[in-house]
Design a protein around this ligand. Structure first.
Ligand SMILES: NC(=O)c1ccc[n+]([C@@H]2O[C@H](COP(=O)([O-])OP(=O)(O)OC[C@H]3O[C@@H](n4cnc5c(N)ncnc54)[C@H](O)[C@@H]3O)[C@@H](O)[C@H]2O)c1
Ligand SMILES: O=C(O)CC[C@@H](O)C(=O)O
Length: 529
């Protein structure tokens, strides 16, 4: 397996990848977009920080690619939508650089209060100016934090230690968390009006882009100080520059910019009341060691054992959860495959119902496994848990999931049902049996059956007449096919019965045609699980 380390991650992370038997690691830093297109053509994984852009074009040029690992939080340099369509897992390392970024933010806050960088520059220039660099204190000032996630939370703790009042705006901030952190959850306008210092800590999204623009700045106190160590574009640069010039914003500290690297002639570089750092939030020895090793381990887990952690384009399952969910994933895949093979081609909806213990587990992964199983034989694309929901949608098949609390005879049941264009439903029900949690099929199209969910099955609907089992047995015997297991079911005596026969080998075409053409057999499907 080939792994491209496209941006500089920690030596420990690279060493971890190199130690893995069967891994070939290519380190190529600072490559041009054209070079990246060439480098990715046979890679299975790419590790990046924020420099290398993993665009749709790059993904198209990488047919073997399984995973893009971001050593850091923001995945804005990766086209996640295109990756999802292609079934490529995109993962990040959400917490390894939290402290580093919180500490850099606090450094900027302190430099916004006390112009240390500006004073230091004059000292280097041989001056001794004690008048030009008076500052303000953080003590008893109000800090407004927009985005109270991991980094916002760590900044809040440090601000409390400095004796600041902390107000926070975050639509997803639970009152209990605000209380535990001793911060006041407020509306954005209140935060803008009451804060002496404002720092932003959320991703750049359609909602957060230019959240701090001219109108927002007008709502701020005169002399407010602003900080952004999250993503360029949350604070509108032109509005900030104008407000820094008038002094409405007394000082600013920025680590991130609308365009990176920041243009050489950006006005921000020449304003005296701004401290700038070149996207250094995560640049500490500790953070880089942490995220480098974390991403190397995560990439290895995906490629070697299929274990996915910290994926941003699918639900992740940790090792403990995988142990519990594993048998359900197997059953789900098989039910999806079975239903696809017993139903017609024109499907309008794929409906999944869960009963029993599974209802209380995280069934998202099982749902994806069912969808993957269903699509396995019908999609031209490589189907996996990442792209299965997307591919289903692109085929115009509606997905529906229900968790039922009604009673059932089994500890767990999963029903997979497809509805065709005419509203006719085809379904299979499965469960896990015994201590070994063996996947069993216990229902097909409303008939109770009982057969192991594995191998090759012959699903028959035949007239309920004496001698049918013998006739099928003879037919299969003549074709040299051994029966491993068999289950019979009927609803009304003398009408039709279902026979599910597990066979050791697939009947040859001629035998299949003979079975299909048998006058007493209404339906015959050969299923491979
Ligand atoms: N400068 C750097 O080098 C550096 C390093 C690490 C992280 N970051 C960036 O910092 C940001 C925060 O990282 P984190 O790890 O704390 O993320 P996080 O996911 O833990 O926190 C983000 C918070 O933003 C909140 N949020 C989302 N939309 C919002 C909105 N419209 N208004 C207000 N709040 C909103 C979320 O509820 C969440 O609490 C990210 O953009 C990340 O990429 C930068
Ligand atoms: O890799 C970096 O140095 C930047 C990381 C940072 O922007 C992030 O979102 O984690």
């Amino acid at each position: 397996m080939k792994i491209l380390v496209a941006d500089k991650i920690s030596a420990k992370g690279v060493a971890y990848l190199r130690e893995q038997p069967g891994f070939e690691v290519v380190e190529a830093y600072g490559s041009s977009p054209e070079q990246v297109l060439e480098l990715v053509k046979d890679v299975h994984a790419i590790a990046v920080r924020s420099e290398t852009k993993i665009t749709r074009e790059v993904l198209d040029a990488a047919p073997e690619l399984k995973v893009v690992g971001r050593a850091g939080v923001g995945v804005d340099n990766v086209d996640v939508e295109a990756a999802t369509e292609r079934g490529v897992v995109v993962m990040n390392t959400p917490s390894g650089n939290t402290i580093a970024t919180a500490e850099l933010t606090f450094t900027h806050l302190l430099c916004g209060a006390r112009p240390v960088p500006q004073a230091a520059a004059t000292m280097k220039a041989g001056k001794w100016d004690r008048k030009a660099f008076a500052g303000v204190e953080l003590f008893h000032k109000t800090l407004g934090i927009v985005g109270m996630g991991r980094i916002g939370g760590e900044v809040a703790k440090r601000a409390k230690a400095f004796g600041m009042r902390v107000v926070a705006y975050d639509p997803y901030l639970a009152p209990s968390r605000a209380k535990a952190m001793q911060v006041e959850g407020v509306e954005l306008d209140t935060l803008l009006a009451e804060s002496d210092f404002i720092t932003v800590h959320m991703p750049l999204t359609d909602d957060t882009k230019y959240m701090i623009d001219e109108a927002a700045l007008e709502k701020c106190k005169s002399g407010v100080r602003l900080f952004n160590c999250a993503r360029g574009g949350i604070i509108k640069e032109t509005a900030l520059i104008a407000a820094l010039k008038t002094g409405h914003v007394a000082a600013a500290g920025l680590d991130v910019y609308e365009d990176e690297p920041l243009a050489v002639d950006s006005e921000l570089r020449s304003l005296p009341n701004v401290s700038l750092t070149p996207h250094l939030g995560a640049s500490t020895a500790e953070a880089q060691a942490a995220v480098g090793v974390e991403i190397a381990e995560q990439i290895t887990d995906v490629l070697k054992s299929g274990v996915i952690r910290n994926a941003v384009n699918m639900p992740s399952i940790d090792g403990a959860a995988l142990k519990v969910l594993g048998p359900y994933l197997d059953l789900g895949t098989k039910l999806g495959t079975l239903v696809q093979q017993i139903s017609p081609a024109q499907i309008a909806a794929l409906k999944i119902t869960y009963w029993g213990k599974i209802v209380d587990l995280d069934a998202n992964a099982v749902t994806r496994a069912i969808q993957r199983g269903f699509l396995r034989r019908i999609s031209a694309d490589d189907v996996n848990d990442v792209n299965a929901p997307f591919l289903l949608k692109s085929l115009g098949i509606e997905a529906e999931v229900t968790k039922s609390n009604s009673d059932s005879d089994y500890t767990d049941l999963i029903q997979v049902e497809v509805v065709d264009g005419e509203g006719t439903s085809h379904r299979a029900v499965g469960t896990l049996l015994g201590k070994a949690q063996q996947p069993r099929i216990v229902g097909i199209n409303g008939r109770e059956v009982e057969v192991a969910a594995e191998g090759k099955l012959l699903v028959l609907e035949n007239l309920d007449l004496p001698g049918m089992v013998g006739e099928i047995g003879t037919l299969l015997g003549r074709a040299g096919v051994n029966i491993a297991d068999m289950s019979l079911s009927r609803l009304v005596q003398g009408e039709t019965a279902y026979m599910v026969v597990r066979v050791d080998s697939e009947p040859k075409e001629a035998a299949r045609e003979e079975i299909k053409a048998h006058p007493k057999i209404k339906l015959a499907k050969f299923v491979q699980l």
